[in-house]
Design a protein around this ligand. Structure first.
Ligand SMILES: NC(=O)c1ccc[n+]([C@@H]2O[C@H](COP(=O)([O-])OP(=O)(O)OC[C@H]3O[C@@H](n4cnc5c(N)ncnc54)[C@H](OP(=O)(O)O)[C@@H]3O)[C@@H](O)[C@H]2O)c1
Length: 323
């Protein structure tokens, strides 16, 4: 992976690795046990060894736990890591309590994040969502103030509309858009992706495996205690229909000598040089497989059949990515 392809975040923004490491699942977000911390830290360090420098966290991932973990992992290696932090969502014990995007709150959040991460400046700071309680101008304007104060380097946004993206970018140049995107969730291709491209904004995409659907490892029905049972995509007839689609992914993976997960990541990667797959990996054993996915080459026939099988709307039901 070392010296691999880079992606520029924003027209004049920084270059980072085209594969990003999502740290969210190293903490308990939806309740439940915290994954093995030693393994999580080792995964981040091994990713850095491999040259992956983009690390994604949020102050609400485990109510600060995730930032502390990332802080421990990058200790003594600050220059090798590009730290992306989301703020604004309030979670407790696996429950989402709402958003707080008030300027005074943002100015408070950032100090806690810097302390937990053990760094002086956050490379990319982004509201995790917008809401109607605070104007976009105030949210982006506040992060722009943090840049002047030296606490933040670049501004990103997450899960917003094309109109909000244009507005935010008028207030201050936006470096990155973080957004859910996969073979199973292609709604953003209509308006948001073209808008980001037009504005020269890097697109950091998460949920490339669509909550594990595209790993090819799921069987119906899911275990009773599986959190995905809440999403209509994983319920009853929808799940059966969706797993049939995944059979095609498995077949193609078999023909190409790779795994369905690798194809899912590779497909996102091939959507453009301004698009980064941001993949959750909480154990070192994931790294070789997902790094190798970045080198997968598709024939025109591969691409046509993937795009036809997973045409927008082909996967039934949704997840929390309701747009
Ligand atoms: N902005 C937002 O609203 C938002 C929302 C969600 C996530 N994110 C960010 O995006 C990152 C990725 O999102 P995500 O976790 O939803 O999606 P994801 O990358 O598709 O990960 C989903 C699951 O896939 C597993 N996985 C990874 N590599 C695999 C492989 N080779 N084979 C089989 N399974 C594999 C991971 O397991 P392990 O963890 O066990 O390795 C993880 O549980 C997060 O870490 C977070 O930083 C942002």
């Amino acid at each position: 992976m070392k010296n691999s392809t880079k992606i520029q975040l924003g027209q004049h923004g920084p270059f980072v690795t085209k594969l990003g490491l999502g740290c969210m699942r190293m903490s308990s977000i939806w309740g439940g046990v915290t994954p093995d911390e030693t393994e999580s830290i080792a995964t981040i360090r091994e990713a850095l060894d491999e040259g992956i420098n983009f690390l994604n966290t949020g102050d609400f991932y485990g109510a600060g736990h995730n930032e502390i973990l990332v802080g421990k992992a990058i200790k003594g290696r600050r220059d090798e890591a590009f730290i992306s932090v989301k703020f604004g969502a309030i979670f407790h014990n696996g429950h989402w309590l709402g958003m707080d995007l008030r300027p005074i709150a943002i100015k408070n959040f950032v100090n806690y994040s810097l302390t937990r991460l053990g760094i002086d400046t956050i490379d990319l700071y982004q509201p995790s969502r917008m809401d109607d309680s605070v104007p976009v101008e105030d949210i982006i304007g506040t992060v722009a103030d943090l840049i002047k104060e030296g606490k933040v380097r670049h501004i990103g946004v997450s899960e917003i509309t094309a109109d909000q993206l244009r507005l935010a970018n008028r207030i201050y140049p936006i470096s990155a858009l973080e957004i859910g995107y996969s073979l199973a969730d292609r709604q953003i291709e209509r308006e948001l992706l073209p808008t980001a491209r037009e504005l020269g904004i890097g697109v950091v995409t998460f949920a490339n495996t669509a909550e594990g659907l595209l790993t090819g490892e799921l069987t119906a029905p899911l275990a009773e205690n599986d959190y995905r049972n809440h999403f209509t995509r994983f319920q009853g007839e929808n799940l059966l229909h969706n797993l049939e689609k995944v059979e095609f992914l498995k077949q193609l993976a078999g023909q190409k000598g790779c795994t369905p997960t690798q194809l899912a990541i590779a497909w996102v990667n091939r959507q453009g040089d301004y698009i980064m797959p941001l993949v959750s990996m909480s154990r070192r054993s994931r790294l070789p497989e997902n790094i190798a996915a970045m080198d997968i080459v598709f024939t025109t026939e591969d691409m046509n059949s993937l795009n036809a099988t997973f045409a927008p709307g082909a996967i039934l039901g949704g997840t929390y990515l309701q747009r």
